[in-house]
Design a protein around this ligand. Sequence first.
Ligand code: CA
Length: 242
Amino acid sequence: MRVGSLTDIGKIRTSNEDSLGIDLERGIFIVADGMGGHQAGEVASHRAVESIMEALGERDLVEPVTDALRQAVTYANSRIELAAQQDRNLKGMGTTVVTAIVMDKHKRFAIAHVGDSRAYLIRKARIQQLTEDHSMVAELVRTGIISPEAAAKHPYRSAISRSLGQCKNVEVDIIEGDWLEEDRLLLCTDGLTRFVDNTELIECILRIEDPQLACKQLVDLALERGGHDNITVILIVHTARD
Ligand code: CA
């Protein structure tokens, strides 16, 4: 397995409310995009990564890992929700999260997600978005009310419909799949995907073999387009050498 990762504040924001976490040994990868004023977004996304790592750290990650994943994300939700209740400065904070457990040995991956941070699978020359955005506009597209093109320009395109920390209970989406040689998984925040389209994502990922350089190139692309948001990417490559 080879992994690249990068987070960047972007060109407009004064703080980076995205967080990422990697445990290479156990194959755990997390990207979170926080929200809330006065640094609360930073606290929320950081707390999500920390809580999920903590919860998974106590588990033996053998298949099926989906229960462990769901419980870890649920635990993160309660921790963030409690912190927001206890500290006036953190009131209303929340975060997206996309977490992947990638098991080379078992040739499987599992993903848990809440919000509009995304996971993509790149297999051969194809890219597939694995996660469904939990956002207002994505719901409108799914029900056929507006087109994907209209969604991209919608004034409320960044309003998410599900996040960690905002309610006592949270619904967590779980996705599982085969993890084949040369497959790649991309986890990222909307600071990347709102400015770089699927064709550009796959072109860059297939052209640049080194995952760290590919991450740098993806972040640079988002920055070239204005860097309006924080940008975070993790790229995991299943290499034949493992
Ligand atoms: Ca964002």
